[in-house]
Design a protein around this ligand. Structure first.
Ligand SMILES: [Mg+2]
Length: 386
């Protein structure tokens, strides 16, 4: 089998998410679905892959896809789709077989409301002008959202608490004022009170704070049994020791890793005890090959992985196959509750049921696009593939 063409869709989506898909076409009539990520051009992809055998995923990964980082991982998904279809087996079988029939999803709820980047910037400007906390960031709004998501069947939630607020003393300094600290801690307390002791709760701080104030938050919520607290300090590569210092001084579990590509960048985090859980992004951190390497390494350090994921439902179903094969898998992120297209873009409608996605049994990814539905979200007259 040979790759004969690669096509991509225009960017589509809603709110803060813009997705683009790719399709690998072969001379045997089998096509593989993947996702366009990162800055790689489709021409470079074609130059590298046309004429190659798509079924030797390992070789293409080593020769071409590894250097393309997230884009390479989006292509790798399509190769597994082709190989599964060629052999008549689901992608998870190509990875050695599934350990579970359905994959647990945790719901990323943002704050008391879902937001776009534009909303977020506007709210910071408004809050600075008014001196008032926007109602969507009040504790009651968080509690209402948490109850709604638990009622929808999720057993694990995540909220952001580094939000626009009138108590930040300086635009650039990463200190947390005492009043902001109080809002963060009391909101987490209210969330725990609202959902009870048995729903898992995580908090994301997006690396917004300095070390001492990030540590203070971790220590002051120890009694609330968080599943994890994510990125209390900035995530740039180069100061793993600072994160290790936080980790050593608090019982609150620390999770990080959403921006790193490849297992080697996760290794130092584990070696230095700089986190308790890892969140490799599927597919930014890697496709099946690299994500499984990260998970295997994590298991040697007695750690679970809870993959980060914000891409479309195509990469999402690939993530479901991958996660179904990983022993130390905790939960996969669902970040699109405010984007109905995520649930309607495939032949499998509303794939999340009671907080889980069933692993598809059909060959390859086991999905088909609902092209009519996606075209409805593109400008009239647009071609889906080019
Ligand atoms: Mg995060």
């Amino acid at each position: 089998m040979k790759i004969t063409d690669i096509q991509k869709t225009p960017s589509f989506g809603a709110a803060c998410r813009h997705w683009a898909l790719l399709k690998i076409i072969t001379d045997e009539g089998i096509e593989g679905l993947g996702e366009c990520l990162g800055g790689q051009s489709i021409d470079r992809l074609k130059h590298a892959l046309i004429g190659e055998d798509p079924t030797n995923v390992n070789r293409l990964h080593r020769d071409h896809l590894w250097q393309m980082q997230g884009m390479g991982a989006g292509v790798e998904i399509a190769l597994w789709d082709i190989k599964g279809k060629a052999l008549g087996v689901p992608m998870c079988d190509l990875l050695g077989g599934k350990l579970r029939d359905k994959v647990r999803m945790y719901c990323d709820c943002h704050a008391g409301t879902y937001w776009t980047k534009e909303d977020y910037d506007r709210r910071w400007a408004e809050v600075r002008a008014s001196g008032e906390l926007d109602p969507v960031y009040e504790t009651g709004a968080y509690v209402a959202r948490a109850k709604e998501r638990v009622a929808a069947g999720f057993t694990a939630l995540k909220f952001d608490l580094d939000v626009p607020n009138p108590w930040k003393m300086d635009v650039y300094d990463r200190s947390v004022s005492r009043r902001q600290h109080e809002h963060i801690v009391t909101t987490i307390e209210a969330l725990r009170g609202a959902i009870g002791p048995y729903i898992d709760l995580s908090i994301d701080l997006h690396g917004s704070f300095n070390l001492i104030d990030g540590l203070r938050i971790c220590k002051d919520v120890e009694h609330l049994n968080l599943l994890w607290l994510e990125d209390p300090i900035r995530w740039e590569w180069g100061n793993v020791d600072a994160l290790a210092k936080i980790c050593m001084q608090t019982e609150t579990p620390i999770c990080t890793g959403e921006i790193f590509h490849g297992a080697k960048l996760f290794r130092e985090l584990m070696e230095k005890g700089a986190c308790d859980l890892l969140e490799p992004d599927i597919p930014r951190s890697g496709g099946a090959i690299e994500t499984r390497r990260i998970a295997e390494l994590a298991e040697m350090y007695h750690m679970s992985i809870a993959p980060h994921y914000m891409a479309s439902a195509v990469a999402g179903m690939a993530a479901v196959h991958i996660c179904s094969t990983i022993p130390n898998f905790l939960a996969l992120e669902y970040h699109s509750a405010n984007i109905p297209l995520w649930s309607s873009m495939l032949n499998l409608k509303n794939p999340i049921q009671d907080g889980y996605i069933a692993v598809p049994d059909a060959p390859g990814l086991g999905i088909e696009l609902d092209e009519t539905e996606i075209l409805r979200h593109l400008p009239e007259g647009s071609a889906l593939w080019s």
